[in-house]
Ligand binder design. Structure first.
Ligand code: URA
Length: 225
């Protein structure tokens, strides 16, 4: 099949083909590629050491612990959140607070245990007062996540929340426009699906039904590869 025909099929199925990040406002950042930052060959040990000692941005001054990520390093599902909160900063593990409890429940709803997926954030250090990540912080930190995804080689990347989605996709499109589509991520064009952040769902439980739709949609996309 020619690339043009393949693209036409993907379009007809409403599957986006991956394209390089574009500059824009808001969180659409031009992140340094892993190659540019020397991480593209890093193994897990090098990556962990890099994050643990990272001083690429000023968040290192206020963090208690870095939050590398946790889970199965051969997982089919890679879940991406925004940044550590207070509890994650204390424990050094992503999604351990109230939002984490809901994330675990969301995963269980599609028959996945937390230990069966890999979970990481765009930022590895907590922004003070849980403020939104700044574009420069995202740009410095994103190569760690890019390398983590490349090492895990998941069948699907599930991104929770607007901030993480915009950071990974290099766009400032609203969450409503990013849901319900299969995006393609990275040089391997891995399927990527966006849903609500569990912290948002705690505030707006009426949208849990839509999140459930997203999870089933992601499961289908993971099956298709
Ligand atoms: N919210 C996130 O996005 N990540 C965490 O690890 C915790 C809360």
């Amino acid at each position: 099949m020619t690339p043009a025909l393949r693209k036409a099929y993907l379009r007809a199925m409403q599957i986006d083909t991956w394209s390089a990040r574009t500059r824009g406002s808001g969180l659409a950042v031009q992140a340094p590629s892993p190659g540019a930052t020397g991480l593209n060959e890093a193994d897990w040990g090098e990556l962990e050491a890099g994050v643990a000692g990272c001083r690429r941005c000023t968040l290192c001054e206020s963090r208690t612990r870095t939050v590398f990520g946790v889970g199965d390093r051969h997982a089919a599902w890679f879940v991406v959140g925004e940044a550590p909160g207070a509890e994650e900063d204390r424990q050094g593990e992503p999604f351990v607070g109230r939002a984490g409890q809901l994330l675990n429940a969301m995963l269980r709803a599609i028959a996945l245990d937390r230990n069966q997926v890999f979970i990481a954030n765009v930022l590895k250090c907590r922004p003070p007062g849980n403020r939104d990540p700044q574009p420069a912080e995202v740009a410095e930190c994103l190569p760690y996540l890019e390398r983590q995804i490349a090492l895990v080689k998941p069948r699907i990347v599930l991104v929770v929340g607007r901030v993480a989605a915009q950071s990974l996709l290099g766009t400032d499109e609203p969450l409503a426009r990013l849901r319900g589509r299969v995006h393609r991520y990275g040089p391997d064009a891995r399927p990527l699906v966006v849903t609500y952040h569990p912290a948002y769902l705690l505030r707006s439980p009426a949208d849990k039904r839509k999140a459930w739709d997203d999870l089933r949609f992601a499961r289908e996309a993971a099956g298709r590869g």
